[in-house]
Design a binder for this molecule. Structure first.
Ligand SMILES: Cc1ncc(C[n+]2csc(CCOP(=O)(O)OP(=O)(O)O)c2C)c(N)n1
Ligand code: SF4
Length: 288
């Protein structure tokens, strides 16, 4: 049986020392081992950004894709091979700016995969521009006088889009984050896990200390029920989205692929294509 070390690639991560993404990688490795996966059972599909490099650092099937497009690739992969546990990963710019349309539609589609967003409230790879999660007043290279636009309340947006699993964590909380990724992998549907993962180089406002001072863990809220969507929405709004833990889970809604006729047989990737050579050549010519 694989241990978390078996999920570590030999490539040394080149994230800045102190970057939150190191812990996200560590948590993902642990979660994969804890749910009993072997490296060949896991696929990590990432977008472009510092965070996107994670697909190359995990020893599993990896795909480092296109900025904002991790989810279309991850969904196609899952539909083609349901035997794989598919994890999509990327930054808040990747998922909530250029990729926002894909994120909301993937949420409402509910294909069984886990989406981990390393949310640092900034564009790290391109050296420090505002992201859709940056706070009002935040000064960056692209907003020298301070950010004017409101940050997107992505978890509330996920809930209204019909999410079946919404969680949030902080990269310093390795145990909590590992557990949420495990729960996301076991969830039969689309699991969104937003992780506050500080960018120590370009974001000097939302630091480790800032999160420690401002985050509320849901376990400290008496009577919190993660199966109550209305309560989830209320708590998010009351705390300005700054909560950690399992925020919402719908255990009843079936995954997209479980409702598709013909998909239960065998993963498409394992099915043979019954087509004559002549027909195949005709098809190829059609696309030439
Ligand atoms: C289609 C396209 N548009 C823009 C870029 C430039 N680009 C690369 S990464 C990035 C944003 C990175 O920020 P984020 O997704 O939050 O990830 P981080 O680096 O902070 O982990 C941008 C705008 C690109 N590579 N491709
Ligand atoms: S620039 Fe920021 S997000 Fe990118 S590796 Fe460095 S600390 Fe991490």
């Amino acid at each position: 049986m694989a241990t978390f070390k078996d999920f570590r690639n030999k490539v040394k991560p080149n994230w800045c020392p102190g970057c939150g993404d190191f812990s996200v990688q560590a948590a993902l490795q642990r979660a994969a081992a804890n749910v009993g996966l072997e490296p060949e059972d896991l696929a990590v599909v990432a977008g472009i950004g510092c965070s996107g490099r994670i697909s190359g650092y995990i020893n599993a099937n990896g795909f480092h894709g296109v900025h904002g497009r991790a989810l279309p690739i991850a969904q196609g992969l899952k539909l083609a091979n349901r035997d794989l546990t598919v994890v999509a990963a990327g930054g808040d710019g990747d998922g909530f700016a250029i990729g926002l349309g894909h994120t909301l539609h993937a949420i409402r589609r509910n294909i069984d995969l886990t989406y981990i967003v390393m949310d640092n409230h900034i564009y790290g790879l391109t050296k420090g521009q505002t992201s859709p999660r940056s706070q009002v007043g935040f000064k960056t290279k692209s907003t020298p006088d301070g950010q004017i636009e409101s940050p997107i309340a992505i978890l509330e947006a996920a809930l209204t889009a019909g999410a079946t699993f919404v969680a949030q964590s902080f990269s310093s909380d390795l145990k909590g984050l590992t557990s949420l990724i495990e729960q996301g992998m076991k969830h039969k549907g689309f699991a969104l896990i937003n992780v506050f993962s500080p960018c120590v180089t370009y974001n000097k406002v939302n630091t480790y200390d800032w999160y420690k001072e401002n985050l509320t863990d849901l376990s400290s809220i008496e009577g919190y029920d993660p199966h109550n969507r209305l309560q989830a929405m209320q708590v998010l709004m009351e705390h300005n989205g700054l909560v950690t833990g399992l925020i919402y889970q719908d255990l009843d809604k079936p995954a997209y692929e479980d409702q598709l006729k013909g998909f239960k047989k065998e993963p498409l990737a394992h099915q043979s294509i019954h087509i004559s050579e002549e027909k195949f050549n005709d098809l190829v010519h059609e696309f030439m």
